[in-house]
Design a protein around this ligand. Structure first.
Ligand SMILES: [Cu+2]
Length: 160
């Protein structure tokens, strides 16, 4: 039988469509904001120390703990140490019964993981510190990540 027009109430009347849009924008803003907060606050450094160059030398080493409490992997791609002309990420490796170190171009830190920079493992080499800081002073160290974030910390200078 034709002719029986059934009319449904339109859930998307102009008024409610606007309300929906506002709700969506609000929801989106919430999600984006919380993502940025995580990205900002998810990385931290602790226990940074700088082992001073030996007498007559200009190379120092930095050890620290780097923690990634964000929900995604972060990539450390650069380091700098105040007072050093250059700084590099290094790793100690055992090869043919010998301990050597090699430069790393980057270091991935998985979500929820901590990486220890310590003797015999990862470390930061600071080169050409021609005027080494005194023992006990605080030396600014920067960690630079692939996403552009720069994490700054203070390393306590200690003798080797
Ligand atoms: Cu090294």
């Amino acid at each position: 039988m034709a002719g029986r027009a059934i009319s449904w109430p339109n859930p998307l009347s102009p008024g409610s469509r606007d309300r929906m849009r506002v709700l969506w924008l609000f929801f989106l803003a919430m999600v984006l904001t919380s993502e940025m907060v995580l990205a900002e606050s998810g990385l931290s450094v602790s226990n940074a120390q700088l082992r001073l160059p030996l007498p007559g030398q200009t190379t120092a080493v930095v050890y620290l703990q780097l923690t990634n409490e964000s929900v995604r992997e972060r990539r450390l791609v650069g380091v700098s140490v105040a007072g050093a002309k250059a700084a590099e990420l290094h790793q100690h490796v055992h090869a043919d019964g010998m301990m050597r170190m090699r430069r790393l171009q980057q270091l991935n830190v998985s979500a929820g993981k901590q990486v220890d920079f310590q003797p015999g493992g990862y470390h930061i080499m600071a080169f050409r510190m021609t005027q080494p800081p005194t023992a006990g002073s605080q030396v600014p160290v920067k960690l630079i990540f692939a996403d552009g974030q720069v994490l700054q910390t203070l390393a306590t200078a200690k003798r080797m």
